[in-house]
Write a new protein. Structure first.
Length: 214
């Protein structure tokens, strides 16, 4: 009986230490929301370019070079879609994470959250500037792989301040991005897999592992 009490006490201490050193309010549902948003955005791009996933050459970046549809050039359309996807992903992330934090009576914004966001933002900012340079030099085919690589690095960099499982998602994103640099015609398809499918799988696993009521 005493041994069980000691184990319960140790588990409680471990839980308190984890809450104080890691941001554990991140919801798996936010990952699912981000993944669905990314897949919808990729679907719009496919429709805009009149192409289908995993279509062989010419790749999407070749098609889009001088492309215009619905009165929108490819750059304007891509930026609009990216902006909408980002807003939807941020909204789902904030909503579900805040809801989980309130349910668990945990703070959403504190020093730990700031450290998490700073470590997430640095690689993302560098990646954003790098992608702007690629667009400036007309290297459109490398943009999608670059976003995957820098996003994966951002997740890996921030993983020490949140659930360790996110590191594996980051590693998978980097791997997809590297593959995309060798197969430029499939950058959009890999982007849809990385930001869409992998987010949904990750979110579902995290929800089942940490949030589902048993």
């Amino acid at each position: 009986m005493k041994n069980q009490e000691h184990l319960d006490t140790l588990q409680e201490i471990r839980s308190i230490m984890e809450r104080s050193s890691r941001f554990i309010s991140l919801s798996g549902l936010s990952g699912i929301g981000a993944g669905v948003s990314a897949l919808l955005g990729a679907g719009l791009v496919y429709f805009y370019l009149d192409t289908i996933p995993f279509r062989r050459m010419p790749g999407y970046y070749v098609i889009s070079a001088d492309y215009e549809k619905w009165g929108l050039g490819y750059a304007t359309f891509f930026l609009l879609v990216l902006g909408v996807v980002l807003l939807l992903a941020l909204f789902s992330g904030v909503y579900f994470t805040t809801r989980k934090a309130k349910r668990n009576q945990q703070p959403v914004w504190d020093a730990l959250t700031k450290r998490l966001l700073i470590n997430l933002f640095i690689p993302l900012a560098a990646g954003g500037l790098f992608c702007m340079a690629l667009l400036y030099h007309g290297m459109i085919g490398l943009v999608a792989p670059a976003t995957l690589i820098f996003y994966g690095l951002a997740l890996i960099n921030a993983s020490k301040y949140t659930l360790a499982d996110i590191r594996f998602l980051g590693m998978a994103e980097v791997a997809l991005g590297i593959v995309g640099t060798f197969f430029l015609g499939y950058g959009l398809d890999l982007w849809a897999i990385g930001f869409g499918v992998l987010h949904i799988i990750y979110g579902a696993v995290m929800y089942r592992k940490y949030e589902r009521v048993r």
